[in-house]
Design a protein around this ligand. Structure first.
Ligand code: PEP
Ligand code: MG
Length: 844
């Protein structure tokens, strides 16, 4: 039988279509899907390697028909074809039919045993009946794709003002590309000032090199079935700064000449990150690799090698994105997502492909050429910040060359190594993300500046750093003793004794100030009028617990236990879960640990649970709904939590509760777990404090009935906002809806807090908004007394609470509920926050 391959940007779309095709065919047919990208395939996109694999999986002497959705799916399918050996390629036909109609028509013909050509013909004409029915304009190609069918359609247009401090650089451009990919529309982005033609919204590099500066107009054009929706979404995204918070970069004073009387060997650079340090210099070698001159192999082979290197690099970047997000926040982590997009951008791939197939270059030469071309485009930009991105791109190219050669990065000293000052011509963001502050006392570079991605990361890690030092830095013998003052941009080579003593004293004072700030964060948060607030941490596993305590967490408000279930082949056993809970409790020194039961579904996936694909996962079998259907999983979690609570202050929290039936179901499962432990004679705690997340409007509106059954509640504003405003979280096209300061959400929070207070129970807030200092007076004013947030935000939240007059905030916050929009609330809240006493001048 002919095999059928369905290529789509969306994994869900392809899976549903495969089911649909299976149902209309009279016999079982070989169908494979290649859809979605990312580690679980949940992100929108297509991958040539996955398509080639899908073709192989259904190939037979009868051949294979490949159907694609649109845009890059077509390019990826063509690439996949080139990845196949010549003989296998001959039996594959890429079919231009529309995906749904083509798949159904093809499935019917395959099932009756037609050959490849007949199946191809039938699929190609599959749009004809619909076109006839709707009297398609003459000349409309029944099998043409979206672009061709709409070729004459005029574009709709909208403009927005660019509010990002550094223009439309990599991170915001990546958000734009991802948002645009969600719509069935051909979208262009333009810079009217430049006079250049608009570029495709699918190309990150093309967008980021448009040279759009802050305050300039950005033009979006779209045509196709969802053009209007796309333009509205892009305009909202621009208004929301493409998801980017204003970045606080230190003002860079102009480099000063060494002061008179300064010892010899003093160098002046650009201050990037404050702090004093002294130690031996270690050089991070920057060997610039040149592409190999070896004669090329067959183009197919070279191309396959190149694609494999790109695939591996994308996987590494994905891991780096997660690590950086966990260490210094998701906003910084998104840079690595931008790098991933660069690697699949036609601006890199098209020239590389041409070099291999038309100019007979090897994979390294082709890749280096593609990267160089893109870097040149960044270099030509007027804005110095945008020009700096050329270095990031070239660094990415170097990483790819190393990947092609199978050689790794230079190892950086870690943990127990001798502490050093790290010197380099330049440090890439990827290398910065790997720095261990315990052994890297300071960073010194010749190139780079205070606004580079590297600078942002190094500052977030609290490592002193100077950039812009003279070349002579790199000629020092390795191990030379040196010292630095990052805040002043001064660097001393072999400092004399008095100078060294001065630097050591500066370092001691700097560390003392840091420790004092840390000690303050360990103190409780009591408002100016004497109200005590609790500030806890959201964590994902044992590794985060110690950090949370050091940041001043008074407990763990939410342990997202789903992370214990990820990156494994099967669920953790009851004992493994018990061990993890005990490991976390061991770091908490008696502080409470709130273990939230498994919340998978939605955006969190666990492949081995083999959950059925759902059209709307956020509205599907998620969180408690899944646990109630998978008693095996639920029982082992409940038993582990009850057992851990025998020795430590462990509490239980149910996620995603919507109805009383769900809560009652969960509570009876808990009774069952307890009865089982009693029967088995296993020590455990009973009763245990039980809470539930308030993440759905239903739970908030029926809060009194829920509070009769639980001891505490925690408002998950990330989900409460998405469900209240009917806007999928994380969807960049809906970024403008993501603010939990929306009056509708605040009204629900106020109702929950008031109901809990009436019963003397705790209502905490644990969504991202609990880490936003501007939102703290609002939430406190609405009656929230407990917050749970990412650990690194705890010191600032505590400091905000200490500056607050909680009683005075009540009336003010009530008044905010009369605002019509989140924007209005946020503006007023920002003003209130700025005016809190002890702000600018008074607090550290
Ligand atoms: C929330 O929804 O606000 C929450 C804290 O839960 P999660 O982000 O894990 O869904
Ligand atoms: Mg949630």
């Amino acid at each position: 039988m002919v095999g059928l391959v369905l290529v789509s940007h969306s994994r869900e779309l392809a899976a549903s279509l495969a089911r649909f095709a299976g149902e209309v065919s009279t016999a079982r047919i070989p169908v494979a899907c290649a859809a979605g990208v990312g580690s679980t395939g949940a992100e929108l996109g297509t991958d040539a390697l996955a398509i080639a694999e899908a073709i192989r999986s259904v190939s037979s002497p009868e051949g294979v028909l490949v159907l694609m959705d649109l845009g890059s799916a077509v390019l990826a399918a063509e690439t996949a074809l080139e990845l196949l050996p010549e003989d296998a390629r001959a039996g594959v036909r890429l079919c231009p039919a529309p995906l749904v109609e083509g798949a159904i028509a093809a499935a019917v013909r395959i099932a009756v045993g037609d050959g490849l050509e007949a199946v191809y013909r039938e699929a190609s004409q599959a749009l004809a009946p619909k076109a006839d029915h709707l009297a398609a304009p003459a000349g409309g190609q029944p099998h043409a794709g979206l672009e061709a069918a709409d070729a004459g359609e005029p574009y709709q247009e909208t403009t927005a003002t660019l509010r990002n401090a550094h223009g439309l650089h990599l991170r915001p451009a990546a958000r734009l590309v991802r948002a645009a990919a969600r719509f069935q529309a051909e979208i262009l982005v333009g810079n009217p000032r430049s006079g250049k033609p608009p570029v495709s919204a699918a190309s990150l590099n093309a967008i980021a090199t448009l040279g759009l500066a802050p305050g300039e107009q950005i033009v979006f054009r779209a045509r196709g079935p969802e053009a209007r929706e796309a333009l509205d979404a892009l305009q909202r995204l621009a208004a929301a700064r493409f998801g980017e918070e204003p970045e606080a970069a230190p003002a860079a004073p102009p480099p000063a000449a060494p002061q008179a009387g300064e010892p010899q060997g003093t160098l002046q650079g650009i201050p990037v990150s404050e702090g004093f340090a002294a130690g031996p210099v270690l050089f991070l070698a920057r060997t610039t690799l040149q592409p190999s001159e070896r004669p090329p192999g067959a183009p197919d082979e070279e191309w396959a090698v190149l694609l494999e290197a790109l695939r591996r690099e994308r996987a590494v970047l994905d891991q780096e994105r997660q690590e950086v997000s966990a260490r210094v926040g998701t906003q910084r982590g998104s840079l690595f997502e931008a790098f991933q997009l660069i690697l699949q951008d036609s601006a890199v791939l098209d020239p590389a492909k041409e070099a291999i197939f038309k100019r007979r270059r090897n994979a390294e030469q082709a890749l280096a050429g593609g990267i160089r071309g893109v870097a040149e485009r960044y270099r030509e930009l007027a804005d110095p910040y945008a020009r700096q991105r050329a270095e990031d791109i070239l660094d990415l190219g170097q990483r790819l060359l190393r990947r092609l050669r199978g050689s790794g990065e230079q190892a950086l000293p870690a943990e127990k190594a001798q502490p050093v000052l790290l010197a380099a011509e330049e440090l890439s963001p990827a290398a910065a993300a790997r720095l261990d502050a315990r052994v890297i006392l300071g960073v010194l570079t010749v190139r780079g500046g205070p606004t580079s991605h590297t600078a942002v990361l190094v500052r977030a890690l609290g490592i002193p750093c100077i950039a812009g030092l003279p070349d002579s830095l790199l000629r020092l013998p390795a191990g030379t003793l040196a010292a630095m003052d990052g805040g002043a941009g001064r660097f001393w080579v072999e400092p004399d004794r008095p100078n060294l003593v001065r630097i050591e004293a500066g370092r001691a004072e700097w560390l003392r100030r840091k420790a004092a700030a840390a000690a303050v964060c360990l103190q409780p948060a009591i408002s100016r009028d004497g109200r005590r607030f609790f500030v806890e941490a959201n964590i994902a596993g044992v590794a985060d617990a110690q950090h949370a305590v050091a940041q001043g967490a008074e407990g763990i408000g939410v342990l997202r236990t789903e992370f214990l279930f990820l990156n494994r082949a099967r669920p953790p056993s009851e004992n493994e879960q018990l061990e993890a809970l005990q490991g976390i409790a061991g770091h908490l020194q008696g502080r409470p640990l709130t273990a939230r039961t498994l919340d998978v579904g939605g955006d969190k996936e666990v492949p081995y649970l083999a959950l059925p694909t759902e059209a709307n996962p956020y509205l599907g079998v998620r969180g408690i709904r899944l646990c109630l259907r998978r008693e095996d999983l639920f029982q082992s979690q409940l038993r582990a939590v009850l057992r851990a609570a025998a020795l430590s202050d462990v509490r239980l929290l149910f996620p995603m509760v919507t109805t009383l039936e769900e809560l009652d179901g969960a509570l009876s499962q808990l009774d069952r777990a307890q009865a089982g432990l009693t029967r088995d004679g296993i020590p455990h705690r009973w009763p245990i404090p039980v809470g539930m997340m308030v993440e759905t409007p239903s739970a908030a509106l029926l809060i009194d009935a829920f509070l009769e059954r639980v001891d505490f509640v925690s408002v998950g504003t990330n989900d409460l906002t998405q469900y209240s405003l009917a806007a999928e979280r994380g969807n960049p096209a809906l970024a403008g809806y993501e603010d939990a300061l929306h009056p509708a959400v605040l009204t629900l929070i106020r109702q929950v807090a008031a109901a809990a207070a009436r019963r003397g129970k705790t209502a905490a807030v644990c969504g991202e908004i609990a880490g936003d200092p501007v939102a703290i007076p609002v939430l406190a004013g609405l009656g929230v007394s407990s917050f749970s947030l990412n650990a690194s935000g705890i010191p600032r939240v505590k400091e905000t609470l200490r500056r607050l007059d909680a009683a005075a905030a009540v009336g003010w916050a009530e008044d905010l509920l009369r605002c019509g929009t989140a924007g209005e609330v946020r503006r007023r809240a920002a003003g209130y926050y700025e005016a809190l006493p002890g702000g600018e001048a008074g607090s550290a």
